[in-house]
Design a protein around this ligand. Structure first.
Ligand SMILES: *Cc1c(COP(=O)(O)O)cnc(C)c1O
Length: 232
């Protein structure tokens, strides 16, 4: 079931890319396995899936340590500074950097552990929802400049956003468009140690619209693994 779901989501991404003239290889599908058992991950590993997203640092760590073969874990959920130590050497990309303070704490931990380079994304709360983490779009460029000039171990690979939950995914198109434009604005600033190769946006509800607007990573949980139960 999970395998079929994954292949179905992948197929829809590929078809959307073909429709708009994008190379499907530009879009990485991250299977968001948060709250789901390791056996679900193992099922996808059997068909060659390598990219998994987790919200909680301890959960990422446990899964990393117990998975049958090496795969890439992405830290997609909010990260508190005291949890950096669990994931810094275990995740391929931290999607949720939303302050200079957090970036500098990651920098410090990287130095301490002798890690040369940590790939991060800057989380933008594009719709300025009060319930969500992430920077306001107006402050993104200044904060990226500050992180770039103070954190030599960090590589800013792009931007991430969690769009609002909407009934009609078309309602989020304007947000995805805005994120793409913001990433172009940042590229034009030529900031040291910053490239904008990654645009992480789109979830179960709206990933195809995100792909149409330039997402290079979509984070899909429910459509692959089914509904989550947070009480277990
Ligand atoms: C849970 C989560 C997702 C996946 O959400 P679905 O709607 O289940 O696809 C994506 N990104 C982040 C940051 C999440 O926390």
């Amino acid at each position: 079931m999970i395998t079929d779901n994954y292949l179905e989501v992948r197929k829809k991404i590929d078809e959307t890319c073909e429709k708009i003239g994008r190379n499907p290889e530009e879009v990485t599908l991250i299977a968001v396995s948060k709250t789901k058992p390791l056996s679900d991950i193992e099922e996808l590993i059997k068909i060659g899936v390598t990219e998994f997203g987790e919200n909680k640092p301890q959960e990422l760590k446990t899964k990393y340590e117990n998975v049958s073969q090496p795969v890439h874990f992405h830290q997609i959920g909010h990260l508190q500074t005291n949890k950096i130590k669990y994931i810094i050497d275990k995740c391929v990309l931290i999607h949720s950097v939303d302050s200079v303070h957090l970036a500098q704490a990651i920098e410090k931990e990287a130095e301490k552990k002798g890690i040369d380079s940590v790939d991060i994304l800057i989380e933008v709360n594009y719709a300025q929802e009060e319930s969500k983490f992430g920077l306001n779009k107006e402050e993104v460029i200044d904060i990226i400049k500050e992180i770039s000039s103070t954190c030599s171990h960090l590589k800013i690979k792009g931007l991430m956003t969690i769009a609002p939950f909407v009934d009609n995914p078309e309602d989020n198109r304007v947000i995805f468009k805005g994120m793409k434009q913001l990433s172009l604005d940042i590229i034009s600033q030529n900031i040291h140690n910053v490239d904008m190769s990654v645009l992480s946006m789109g979830m179960t509800n709206d990933y195809l619209v995100a792909v149409e607007e330039g997402a290079t990573m979509v984070r899909v949980g429910t459509a692959i693994f089914g509904e989550r139960n947070y009480n277990i």
